[in-house]
Design a protein around this ligand. Structure first.
Ligand code: COA
Length: 257
């Protein structure tokens, strides 16, 4: 039943991976994380795949983790699909391009920090509302984000959790280039084709050199964050925030210290 929620297509050396659950704003459930992890591992294993292009179906990139899953199927250990996905995207060897249209929320934004090229439509929006949900950031973002944009700007995005525009994301360097919505997929495919035509071993070595200085620290940070995240997930604050989302009401944190 979940098989079609992540679709893959290999053409011209480009593995296009599409998040395909538009009726839920491409929210990622457990099975979808597993399928994304499998797609990244497949890309590393198959020489015919030169580049991975990640995109979302419909008017959203992804609204992040499925909030009902946070409540019903929280990650349990290192074999959890979400952790397999985070490990895969942290260590993937092949170049990864994202094409972002519409909202990219939670892991929808933090996964972009692992991509090599990020193209966003002028209508894309970004948000990391972990704290607003009583949670804490993940996917190595507490290391990668301040490294990319500095402590204060990272703090503003993570502590306040406000949504920000594609233009702001481009200014911050989270997005490589903002393009008109109608040109998004064409631009991303064009860059993917260009990358696929580059000498593959040189591309792989350059990507690994670019990551060499941070990879160990990133893996250690990712693991530490997950421990904190799981602790937060069972907190009364998170329970209130997640329940409030399901009930379409504002959360009330006033009773918690
Ligand atoms: N998890 C589970 N379901 C989600 C979801 C998520 N992360 N995001 C959206 N949905 C569901 C909604 O519950 C709704 O389902 P329903 O039609 O069965 O009621 C459907 O997708 C459409 O969402 P809706 O909120 O009505 O669309 P919108 O256009 O008004 O808003 C978003 C879109 C993405 C801005 C909004 O849904 C949102 O903020 N989602 C939560 C994002 C979030 O906090 N993610 C977790 C980050 S850690």
């Amino acid at each position: 039943m979940n098989g079609h929620l992540i679709t893959t297509e290999l053409q011209d050396g480009i593995l296009t991976v599409q998040i395909n659950r538009p009726e839920k704003k491409n929210a990622l459930n457990t099975a979808m994380y597993g399928a994304l992890a499998d797609a990244l591992l497949r890309a590393d294993a198959e020489p015919a795949i030169r580049v991975v292009l990640l995109c979302g179906a419909g008017d959203c990139f992804t609204s992040g983790n499925d909030i009902a899953d946070f409540i019903n199927f929280p990650p349990t250990g290192p074999d959890s699909p979400v952790l397999r996905f985070l490990n895969a995207i942290t260590a993937t060897v092949k170049p990864l391009i994202a094409a972002v249209s519409g909202p990219a929320i939670g892991v929808g934004t933090t996964l972009l920090l692992h991509c090599d090229l990020v193209y966003a439509s002028d209508t894309a929006t970004f948000q990391m509302p972990f704290v607003s949900l009583g949670l804490c950031p993940e996917a190595g973002s507490t290391l990668l984000l301040p490294q990319l944009i500095g402590h204060q700007r990272a703090s503003e995005l993570l502590l306040l959790g406000n949504s920000f525009t594609a233009m702001r994301a481009e200014q911050l360097g989270i997005v490589t280039m903002m393009v008109p919505q109608a040109e998004l997929m064409q631009t991303a495919r064009c860059k993917a084709l260009q990358l696929a035509a580059q000498p593959a071993a040189a591309v792989r070595m350059t990507k690994s050199l670019l990551k060499r200085g941070t990879l160990d620290k990133l893996q250690e940070t990712g693991l530490f964050e997950i421990g904190c995240f799981l602790e937060r997930l069972s907190s009364p604050e998170a329970k209130e925030a997640l329940q409030a989302f399901m009930e379409r009401r504002k959360p009330d944190f006033s009773q918690f210290d």
